[in-house]
Design a protein around this ligand. Structure first.
Ligand code: PAF
Length: 284
């Protein structure tokens, strides 16, 4: 496996792979790789001839008071894991390499899809994500790109971008990977104290209960949201940002009664750590 840091080096790797007629799978990450990322790399390895993993803590998707500086940076361990899971190249650029000209050019998906859920408290976040992912798509020219369902809004926004900008690639979305006790894997879990981590289990518990209620026939939107909210509020260390339901694809508003496919998504703080999780509610 090769570690490259510059655009020129990455372009060279991509040109060589394309010249051999290889298909390319891209796994964009911010590093601190865990089993969730591992599942993306593994899937990319199974479905493509050549796998590129990018490791870049993208400054433009962090707000002024967010955790850009604290975000874990573990490149050596990331390379080891990427190699074990079958990556051919790790691309780990510097901020200057990715943003050589003072961030003049932005790719932004406008409309409610980027304003609801996380977009409400993180107004510049998705613009940063779509900009950096566009750059990565242009550099890696993948046949397939891999993202985790845990970042469900990101997935919806990126799918819209790919459609609107005619990126010639397939979006591959992999299921949420959880710890044995249900906590969704996240690079930010490392911020949690032992007590906060235990408290955070209420998230997967409440989503599981909502899914069970839905599967048993519950379709009342307000009731499902209220039950999840009450369950989380009963955990004293929790501080809810949102518990909401939107229709997917597209994150469209839902009515009083759920029909079709719906995303039940939540963001909750434990101490200073904000966690997200979700479940899709749809007829079997
Ligand atoms: O999901 C992430 O880790 C990031 O948002 C991404 C897609 C790598 C863009 O920086």
């Amino acid at each position: 496996m090769k570690l490259v840091h510059t655009v020129v080096e990455l372009r060279e790797e991509v040109a060589q792979a394309k010249a051999k007629g290889l298909t390319i799978g891209l796994v964009p990450t911010m590093g601190a790789l865990h089993e969730g990322h591992g599942s993306l790399i593994k899937a990319a390895n199974m479905e493509n001839d050549f796998v590129i993993v990018s490791v870049f803590v993208n400054p433009t998707q962090f707000g002024p008071n967010e955790d850009l500086d604290a975000y874990p940076r573990t490149l050596e361990a990331d390379c080891k894991m990427a190699e074990e899971m079958g990556a051919n190249v790790v691309f780990a650029p510097s901020p200057k390499e990715m943003y050589p000209s003072e961030d003049d050019t932005w790719v932004e998906v406008t409309g409610d899809i980027t304003k609801v859920l996380c977009g409400r408290t993180r107004p510049i976040h998705f613009r940063g994500v779509t900009t950096v992912v566009s750059k990565l798509f242009n550099l890696a020219q993948p046949d397939r790109a891999y993202f985790g369902q845990k970042d469900a809004q990101q997935v919806e926004v990126l799918k819209r971008m790919v459609k609107d900008l005619f990126f010639p690639l397939q979006m591959r979305i992999m299921p949420i990977i959880r710890e044995k006790d249900g906590l969704a894997k996240s690079s930010r879990n490392t911020y949690l104290s032992a007590e906060e981590r235990t408290a955070a289990l209420v998230l997967s518990r409440s989503l599981k209960a909502a899914k069970a209620a839905y599967d048993a026939g519950e379709r009342n939107t307000a009731k499902i949201i209220n039950d999840v909210t009450e369950m989380i509020k009963a955990e004293p260390m929790s501080n809810i940002d949102y518990v909401e339901i939107y229709a997917v694809p597209g994150l469209l508003p839902v009515g009083e009664t759920l029909t079709g496919s719906n995303l039940l998504a939540l963001a909750v703080k434990f101490g200073t750590t904000r966690l997200i999780d979700n479940v899709v509610l749809e007829e079997k």
